[in-house]
Write a protein that binds this ligand. Sequence first.
Ligand code: SF4
Ligand code: SF4
Length: 474
Amino acid sequence: MTTPRKVIPIIAQAADTQMISPYAAHEKIYPRSVSGFFAHWRWAVVFLTQLVFYGLPWIEWGQRQAVLFDLASRRFYIFGLVLYPQDFIYLTGMLVISALSLFLFTAVAGRLWCGYACPQTVYTEIFLWIERKMEGDRAVQMRRDGQPWSFDRLWRKGGKHLLWLAVALWTGFTFVGYFTPIKVLGLEFVQMSITSWESFWVFFYGFATYGNAGFMREQVCKHMCPYARFQSAMFDKDTLIVTYDAERGDPRGARSRKADPATLSLGSCIDCNLCVQVCPTGIDIRNGLQYECIGCGACADVCNTVMDKMGYERGLVKYTTENAMKNKWTQAQTWRHVLRPRILVYTAILLGIVMAMLISLSLRTQFKVNVVRDRGVMARIVSGGNIENVYQLQVMNATEADQHYKLRVTGLPGLAITSEDVVMVESTQARRLAVRVQVPYEAAAPGTHPITFEIDALDSAGHLSEKSVFMVPR
Ligand code: SF4
Ligand code: SF4
């Protein structure tokens, strides 16, 4: 007799994850306005960065714009500095410094750049401010958007878009003003004589600002910015991140201000949802660290105001580290661990590179010379029996005054320059000249010989040596 087989029923498990179609319509986020410590810091950074961005192109330095990246003549002017394509190393240095700063700040306090200084955050903040001025805060906007179109809704939305466009186009105009003298650009605009490339870039940059800050907003951070994807590689358990203290906050629940949470078996979180309403990316910080979190601290600010109203201690949502939460460290202990060896190494490397770059800039010769043997003119024997080679020299004056340069050549007995050996180069200009170099016949054997051009600046201190070769025909 066979025993009946035990049948294990297959029961569908309740889904614990939410399926979201990649084609689902995007739901607009209406971030609620917030004020507090971190919001004040963000606005301070917004003011500072925009003061610099909008203000710099209008500052004069002598007879020119103080900061101008003149691509047409391949010169970058940064106050007293004039940089040539040959100074590309400084751009590389700037990029290395920016990357290291990003690593350092991210290792210390997570996405500080994203939450406070990234142009996407800064312009979204400005656009949100305009939106709230025109359409009201979150609740009013949501109510109005749910109503049919009316004159009131139309002029508010229209006014908002006009202001957004004005800010965006001014941003595009300012951006192009770093590459074309901004006063000339302004005049060209007024006289309608702006070039097609200039107008393309003004409108392109303007509409990118309008689209990204007005419409895309958190979508840029969530789906377009690569930084959000690799940030976790720079975090460790001693990185300061915006965190909800679940041990203190849970179980969550509404209660009256006078109620004692302990008697109700509740934590400090009153489940008001305000931390979600202020979040620019629409996430709930109580679900733990999420890649969408840009570390702006808005949820910490609003939760502190809630804690104040309830008469609870602040810091239910705060900047802290994973280790500090686990080990219940005090603030002083947390900071001691934040300043860990990794941070000190990053800081030392960063300071080293900054110092090296500053020293290199201060010791930089204020002129450049390129030497090319003129291949169009063969080595030849000239009258008097000398052997002559011709070279093309490009002398670039990186100062803002006319300069005279004395040319010499060394490397063979009797080697001398027989053409003009003192050249004048106008301020910030480059001059090409053909230089004839001769050597007495039989002073050198047939073949190629290394020689050196020695160039001295006569009106300012400075010396350069450039190597080349001298050909003696058979
Ligand atoms: S703001 Fe604070 S109290 Fe309110 S839901 Fe968020 S964590 Fe809880
Ligand atoms: S969770 Fe908090 S810190 Fe993160 S983006 Fe939202 S509001 Fe900002």
